[in-house]
Design a protein around this ligand. Structure first.
Ligand SMILES: Cc1cc2nc3c(=O)[nH]c(=O)nc-3n(C[C@H](O)[C@H](O)[C@H](O)COP(=O)(O)OP(=O)(O)OC[C@H]3O[C@@H](n4cnc5c(N)ncnc54)[C@H](O)[C@@H]3O)c2cc1C
Ligand code: FES
Length: 256
């Protein structure tokens, strides 16, 4: 079931030059939200921004009726969101889309994110931990100055970092990390979100090692509810709406 609620912005934390983590609070109880789902935020008072913007649900705190969104400033809509002051009202359509599947007990998942694509992996890791599975994160950034909230991830499980310039963690891309170079991986399933080129490389690795891989796509969206068909992705069963049948897909299903 989907809801449209007015949330109040209670915190706007800057983590890198162009990224804000917004904490939004609702007056009433939150509905059940699954990891991998997203919101469509209305961007008010911004000329030229008519459509809501899709943003992953970064974290959920049911006891405080709060959700968090990690927003990267790439254009007019996200710029307006990043500039919002505490106390602002945000109109949110949520929770939308299909979730990441929870692995069976005893399975070891690896959560791989790149840049702002790390956003949905925090709540995914929290859901895994609540199910008795300790998550392991592999997070890729450009450099030390672009790291986002890595301490918060490390409260849930192990965090491995790559940076393109080697200023923190392993130098290179996530697929260059030693954990991805092992011929006998310690992981059963990969969950990934980030630049498409990164997710394709991760999916190829998973396929070569006989592992399941779930990727969260960030196709351009408008309605977010399956009505406009502007977000379709080619799959082995034809074009599918990423807003309703995704954004999370088994990578074997995608025709990238
Ligand atoms: C399911 C889903 C989850 C998302 N989660 C997040 C998130 O957690 N945090 C976040 O910062 N962003 C996320 N995005 C991307 C975000 O929706 C776009 O960056 C945003 O809509 C851009 O709006 P704008 O008005 O700022 O930019 P626009 O002015 O619309 O575009 C500016 C630039 O951004 C590019 N762009 C626009 N939309 C996308 C997109 N969907 N993917 C890649 N490039 C895009 C455009 O091609 C253009 O170059 C998500 C997208 C989807 C579909
Ligand atoms: S965004 Fe309209 S159908 Fe997906």
């Amino acid at each position: 079931m989907r809801f449209i609620h007015d949330f109040t912005l209670v915190n706007n934390a800057k983590y890198a030059a162009d990224v804000s983590v917004l904490t939004l609070q609702n007056d009433s109880d939150l509905p059940q939200i699954a990891a991998g789902q997203f919101v469509e935020v209305r961007v008010d008072n911004t000329p030229g921004v008519m459509l809501r913007r899709p943003i992953s649900i970064h974290d959920v705190n049911y006891s405080k009726n709060q959700i968090k969104l990690m927003v990267q400033n790439v254009g007019k809509g996200t710029d307006a969101l990043c500039r919002l002051a505490v106390g602002a009202t945000l109109n949110v359509l949520y929770p939308l889309g299909a979730e990441f599947p929870v692995p069976e007990q005893g399975k070891q998942p690896l959560l791989i994110g790149g840049g702002c694509g790390v956003a949905p992996l925090l709540y995914l890791g929290r859901c895994f931990l609540n199910n008795g599975i300790t998550p392991c994160f592999l997070l890729g950034f450009r450099s030390m100055s672009t790291l986002i909230e890595t301490k918060t991830y490390s409260e849930l499980g192990e965090v491995m970092i790559t940076t393109e310039d080697g200023s923190v963690g392993h130098k290179g891309y996530v697929v260059n990390h030693p954990v991805m170079c092992s011929e006998t991986p310690n992981f059963d399933t990969i969950y990934t979100c980030g630049p498409e080129i990164m997710m394709k490389a991760v999916a190829k690795y998973a396929e070569q090692h006989g592992m399941e891989c779930y990727a969260s796509l960030e196709n351009r969206m408008a309605c977010g509810i399956g009505a406009c068909l502007c977000c379709v992705a080619p799959t082995v069963e034809g074009n599918k709406c990423t807003c309703v049948e995704g954004p999370v897909f088994n990578s074997k299903y995608l025709q990238w």
